[in-house]
Design a protein around this ligand. Structure first.
Ligand SMILES: NC(=O)c1ccc[n+]([C@@H]2O[C@H](COP(=O)([O-])OP(=O)(O)OC[C@H]3O[C@@H](n4cnc5c(N)ncnc54)[C@H](OP(=O)(O)O)[C@@H]3O)[C@@H](O)[C@H]2O)c1
Length: 288
């Protein structure tokens, strides 16, 4: 199977390209700009291509509040260009999305059929992208993930490790709940989806959730990081979102119900704590 990976310079894109190796055509932003239809058409050309995975996105959540045009250009219109170009070539698309499309109200994990009600520009641009992808290409799998961390790129784990070296005390938000998810676990799930959806007769197109278990909050995640990492262990103070104002509001409940992907594809939720140890080890940051 020949995969085309778009956004291959990001956390998930790189993890996926590492897993597939030369079996995939992995293109970063320099090699394919998803906002440029001609560039996307070139990327998807060739009879060997069977499937497109779009990992490209504008993910700067706070910056998006003042840069909605760019966020929508990539997350909504770029996503649509990829899905439409794939459809024109008879190719299915796997598109990455986010817990931030949901309101974050309540305490129950969000279900895939729940209406989107994003609380920030990033979430709204991703929600618009999800709708465009679904409309442009009936053969789509929308994979909504949350709280991504990994070896590559910027993420909460790396930020904690850096701040832990700079400060004795860190104040960490404890009222936002979610499932940390390793980029490499997402890559493994995408490969399972790719294998299934390119089999003849596959019909289970649609939206799926995938995230790590058990649910935690950022403070709990930070405790787990410093409990496993070598180096200084700062004091961790639990605070509320109100005590840590950011340009973009965050959903309080980011938990995702992941039963559907288990029922349809047999994909289990990974335990993020094991994945965290793996990532820290790969970064050379795990405690002995
Ligand atoms: N990170 C999270 O916590 C999180 C949580 C939930 C869902 N997600 C979703 O998961 C997916 C992957 O996220 P990630 O964490 O891997 O994000 P990431 O590390 O920010 O990677 C996104 C990649 O897309 C590239 N990109 C931006 N604009 C592009 C364009 N016009 N054409 C081609 N590539 C472009 C970026 O390049 P530059 O760096 O050069 O801009 C970057 O390499 C996204 O759909 C994201 O919305 C992420």
């Amino acid at each position: 199977m020949k995969l085309v990976i778009l956004g291959a310079g990001g956390q998930v894109g790189r993890a996926l390209a590492e897993r597939t190796g030369p079996a995939a055509r992995a293109l970063d932003r320099n090699s394919c700009d998803i906002c440029d239809p001609a560039s996307v058409a070139r990327a998807l050309s060739g009879p060997e291509v069977e499937l497109v995975v779009n990992c490209a996105a504008y993910t700067a959540v706070d910056r998006a509040e003042g840069d909605a045009e760019r966020a929508y250009a990539v997350n909504a219109r770029g996503a649509e260009i990829v899905a439409r170009t794939a459809a024109d070539r008879g190719l299915p698309v796997i598109h990455l999305s986010t817990d931030y499309v949901y309101s974050g109200a309540g305490s129950e994990p969000h279900r895939e059929d729940e209406p989107c009600a994003p609380v920030n520009v990033y979430g709204a641009s991703k929600s618009a992208g999800d709708a465009s992808v679904a409309a442009a290409n009936p053969r789509h799998l929308l994979l909504r993930v949350s709280w991504v961390f990994g070896v590559h790129g910027a993420n909460f784990v790396k930020t904690m490790l850096r701040l832990g070296r700079e400060r004795d005390e860190l104040r960490i938000v404890a009222d936002q709940t979610g499932g940390p998810t390793a980029a490499d676990d997402i890559a493994a799930a995408i490969i399972r989806l790719a294998e299934s959806c390119t089999r003849p007769g596959f019909a289970a197109w649609g939206t799926y959730h995938f995230c790590g278990a058990p649910a935690t909050n950022w403070h709990g995640f930070a405790e787990a990081i410093f409990g496993r990492a070598r180096g200084p262990r700062p004091r961790l103070v639990a605070i509320t979102s109100r005590e840590y104002p950011t340009p973009a509001a965050r959903p309080l409940n980011s938990t995702l119900d992941c039963r559907r992907i288990k029922e349809v594809f047999g994909i289990e939720q990974p335990d993020w704590r094991g994945s965290l140890t793996r990532v820290l080890t790969a970064l050379g940051e795990a405690a002995a």
